[in-house]
Design a protein around this ligand. Sequence first.
Ligand SMILES: Cc1cc2nc3c(=O)[nH]c(=O)nc-3n(C[C@H](O)[C@H](O)[C@H](O)COP(=O)(O)OP(=O)(O)OC[C@H]3O[C@@H](n4cnc5c(N)ncnc54)[C@H](O)[C@@H]3O)c2cc1C
Length: 396
Amino acid sequence: MKYQILIVGGGNAGLSVAAQLLRKNPKLQLGIIEPSEKHYYQPAWTMVGGGVYDVADTIRNEADYIPKGAEWLKDAVATFQPEANTVLTRDGKIIGYDHLIVCPGIQLNWGQIEGLPETLGKNGVCSVYSHLYAPYTFECLKNLKEGTAIFTAASGAVKCGGAPQKIMYLAGDHIRRAGLSDKVKLEFCSGGTVIFGIEKYAKTLRKVVERYRIATHFKHDLIRVSGPAREATFKVTAPDGSVSEIIKHFDMLHITPPQSAPDFVRNSPLANEKGWVDVDKLTLQHRKYPNIFSLGDASGMPNSKTGAAVRKQAPVLVQNLLAAMDGRTPSAQYNGYSSCPIITGYGKLMLAEFDYDNNPTETFPFDQSKERWTMWVLKRYILPWLYWNRILKGTM
Ligand SMILES: Cc1cc2nc3c(=O)[nH]c(=O)nc-3n(C[C@H](O)[C@H](O)[C@H](O)COP(=O)(O)OP(=O)(O)OC[C@H]3O[C@@H](n4cnc5c(N)ncnc54)[C@H](O)[C@@H]3O)c2cc1C
């Protein structure tokens, strides 16, 4: 079995590029390897955790979104064999290609936190990083009448770096509206060093943190959880580099799991030193194998990993891949654009947009560092519609 173009992963990135490529040339022989029968709209899971979005509305059949003209191989890639232009699948099939697009997303490493897999989804331990636990997040919030709610943020690359804060601000607003601000203590324990990397947006977020009386602790990495004892252990790195452990009691613990490139990418010849697919950050073409391209969460560009980034990467990749197929030099460039629609409360959102150099690259002709109801409407109603009807169809 061999394709002109083979795509690894039929998520946001895989389906977007497949649809765009087939719109440009319906005759392309294109295969998509994707193991999941379901496709998920992950950006809505923070709203599921906040009790304002039904998780069922974030899940649809993959089959309904495979673009016409593409062939879906319901299997998973196990090994890349770039010297032979083939991949080996979990079912033991060898599939060949002329050009390969690698976009299997990011891996959630729940097991890296001791005790977490046993207690996730019970004992007040929840996460919006999975459709399985996002509804439980709201249950935890509803049941929280007093005590401490801790929100973690993992150090290292994660998808949607703003998600750990979005759910925290929804929780803060929920607690304030329930009149429980004096009874429930909120803590943000982050492996990072700042609330947001761009001062323009950080300024607004510091005010939001103050509004909900959230205590912030940086350089705190969650390493262990005991659900029954309701204890979370953090590795704390002091400014002088010394490391200690601290145990915190919780009544609700929202987890952002540590994340990495999927193991089968990390352990392949395609990976860079950090494990991601080693592509040029402007052209998205592999640095060693010119017939391989990558985009989305698994790719090695130093942008913030979001679906919004995928939207800007996809047309660049499509243009460069078609050029490479014609024997031309890829010349389209991705500028590192990413966006983070940070929910700051029910009906409130700050839309951060920026490039590789952390320069704001805003879409709207107003100051996007302000919290706005209109931007909430965009996130809650408009973006999900655009995702299913335009982005996955290759028209946006
Ligand atoms: C809680 C949360 C909130 C978010 N909020 C936002 C937001 O507000 N805005 C925003 O822009 N983005 C947001 N994101 C991020 C966004 O969902 C991702 O960046 C986006 O889905 C990345 O697309 P992708 O195709 O690279 O990965 P995915 O969409 O995750 O797709 C990867 C696909 O690869 C498949 N796959 C895995 N392994 C294999 C294999 N071995 N072989 C073949 N296929 C494989 C998977 O089954 C999956 O379908 C959020 C994510 C989460 C979890």
